[in-house]
Design a protein around this ligand. Structure first.
Ligand code: FE2
Length: 514
């Protein structure tokens, strides 16, 4: 009983205390507050949240009063000791080799990659890497300093060799103290097994804001590699823009190898300096150096599962003649089933008031002489795709031959768009669309599909062999039986041989007495 009375008294005292502490009824929020953004909001009496706290009596605390600094954008792309911007690239003999690059700040003076067969246990994989067991190796990197917007950065480059074709590998990059996460990749297979790659036109502008969704959408198709037809960013020597490109792809760049060709925006000049390829290019892309001397990493070729990919550098006009001669030599010695060529400036332009007459003059005849199946280009910030073309010397392609062997494509993956110029060479055209192309290659066909940034199919066709010629097959069109003309010859030969043999057999049977 005493306990109950004590409890009632204590509860009443607490209730009185709580009531005394409560403010008067809070005013209701105005339900009819202006929602129209055109109506100016009432001036807030509160201090802006981003202002630093005011220290009223600095002398007493002994701390200096912080300066009210102006808010500046955070530079999220400054280099750090951590390995960042990991990037895989295809090299000559992609079934046994792979290029790796990454970036750190300049305090990191050495780099290395640990690589071995991917393991389901991450800790087991790390133990193997540290001991050099289980097929794991450590490969030292070559380190190059590159200016990163006034700061020095170090790019580290490794060529992985003696890889097993088609095997799933794991690797990490670092300096022994700071490591990247583990990434997976798979070198090319041998022979003419089917594969898939993605082709991007110019990403170029506001890459992190608007191109990131395109590369992520493209990655859903699980390509074996990604080809970029130049103008990956807008200002080739601007480190922050490269930071955006790497951030947009993130771990995709570290696990899906790329095959880039440079555009005019990877070149820059000034009043005192001739236009030059950005030093970022060969520092961050470990690419083949098997092309014209002096154009390493921009003019090159690789053979990927029985398809020859060739990159030409259409920014180096002084060297078009040399590149055309090199292209002829590379194609004359080509034993691959298919050939695909990429460069930035299109043979036939798709945008208004544009033409690259010298690209057409030097490269088109060689491309068509060797029946290159596909030419993948950029630069015109719109979409244009030809039928099977040959022989057109005019800019609009109006003088093309009736039958050709090459499909020319111009595409764009970034947000900047140019007005389309509807020209005779275009079989399919498009504008105001960020696109990517998914291309499946097999011994029988090159199956091409263009998709928009939102994943809608925009264009599709197949290239098939028709004897020694290339043939374009549109969706829904019947595909001739494999070896069609050969089959007809075989049937004709059978008739010529088998019918007389049959007749002789009948005559012989009649002569033999029953
Ligand atoms: Fe361009």
């Amino acid at each position: 009983m005493r306990l109950t009375i004590t409890s009632i008294v204590f509860s009443a005292a607490m209730a009185g205390f709580v009531l005394a502490q409560s403010p008067a009824e809070a005013p209701k929020a105005k339900e009819d507050s202006p929602k129209d953004p055109a109506v100016p909001a009432q001036k807030s009496t509160e201090s802006p949240k981003e202002m630093p706290p005011v220290v009223k009596d600095a002398k007493k605390t002994g701390s200096p009063a912080p300066k009210a600094e102006k808010s500046v954008p955070v530079d999220r792309f400054s280099p750090t000791p951590r390995p960042e911007r990991l990037n895989l690239t295809l090299l000559e003999h992609p079934q046994s080799r792979m290029g790796v690059t990454w970036r750190t700040d300049s305090t990191v003076t050495k780099g290395m990659v640990q690589v071995g067969p991917a393991n389901n246990s991450g800790y087991a994989m790390r133990a193997h890497a540290e001991k050099g067991t289980g097929g794991f190796r450590t490969i030292e990197a070559k380190t190059t300093p590159v200016d990163a917007g006034g700061e020095k950065a170090h790019y580290h480059k490794v060529t992985l060799e003696e890889l097993e074709p088609g095997t799933l590998y794991a690797y990490r990059a670092g300096d022994g103290n700071n490591w990247s996460e583990w990434h997976h990749f798979r070198p090319a297979k041998t022979g003419s097994r089917p594969f898939r790659f993605v082709y991007f036109g110019d990403a170029q502008n506001d890459v992190l804001d608007y191109w990131s969704r395109v590369i992520r959408q493209a990655d859903r198709f699980s390509p074996d590699f990604m080809l970029h037809a130049g103008d990956l960013i807008d200002r080739g020597e601007n480190d922050k823009e490269w930071g955006q490109w790497h951030a947009a792809g993130g771990w995709i760049h570290a696990s899906v190898p790329c095959l880039p060709t440079p555009g005019n925006h990877e070149y820059s000049g000034s009043a005192n300096r001739k236009s030059r390829l950005t030093p970022h290019w060969n520092a961050q892309f470990n690419l083949p150096a098997n092309g014209v001397k002096g154009l390493e990493g921009t003019c090159y070729y690789i053979d990927y599962q029985n398809t020859r990919f060739i990159s030409l550098n259409t920014n180096e006009k002084d060297r078009f003649e040399e590149q055309a001669a090199w292209l002829d030599s590379v194609l004359s010695a080509n034993h691959c089933r298919w050939t695909i060529v990429t460069f930035h400036h299109p043979v036939y332009s798709s945008a208004k008031n544009r033409d690259n007459a010298e690209v057409r003059k030097f490269f088109r005849p060689v491309i068509e002489k060797y029946k290159v199946a596909l030419v993948l280009q950029g630069h015109d910030h719109s979409y244009g795709r030809s039928g099977m073309m040959a022989g057109a010397e005019e800019a609009d392609g109006s003088d093309m031959a009736k039958r050709g062997d090459t499909v020319y494509v111009v595409s764009v993956s970034g947000p900047k768009m140019y007005q389309l110029n509807d020209r005779a060479w275009m079989e399919v055209r498009g504008e105001q669309k960020q696109l990517f192309q998914v291309i499946d290659v097999s011994a029988d066909a090159i199956k091409y599909e263009a998709y928009t940034a939102t994943g809608e199919k925009f264009d599709a066709f197949e290239i098939r062999r028709d004897g020694a010629r290339n043939k374009l097959v549109n969706p829904g069109e019947p595909i001739a039986a494999p070896g069609g003309p050969l089959m007809v010859l075989w049937l004709a030969a059978s008739v010529v041989v088998l019918v007389p043999v049959g007749l002789l057999g009948i005559r012989f049977a009649r002569k033999v007495p029953g």
